[in-house]
Write a protein that binds this ligand. Structure first.
Ligand code: SF4
Ligand code: SF4
Length: 63
């Protein structure tokens, strides 16, 4: 893997609550009601990058 990121979070201003990230997270640590900002449980995130890849709104911030 070329890049390694240690932190993934969702931009509350960009997230539209489509749920795609939650559906694709392999460890199910993203939650949120439909149409509402979703949240990543930092404790369980394994930094797999799936949420970043699938978000159509570029709402996942990685650092
Ligand atoms: S895929 Fe993007 S817009 Fe959709 S719920 Fe996740 S962070 Fe929000
Ligand atoms: S980086 Fe992977 S494990 Fe972490 S919240 Fe996103 S999809 Fe889930």
């Amino acid at each position: 893997m070329a890049d390694q990121y240690s932190h993934y979070e969702i931009d509350t201003k960009k997230c539209v609550g489509c749920g795609l990230c939650a559906q694709n997270c392999p460890v199910s640590v993203i939650s949120g009601d439909p149409g509402k900002t979703h949240v990543i449980d930092q404790e369980g995130c394994i930094k797999c990058n799936a949420c970043f890849d699938v978000c159509p709104y570029e709402a996942v911030i990685r650092s």
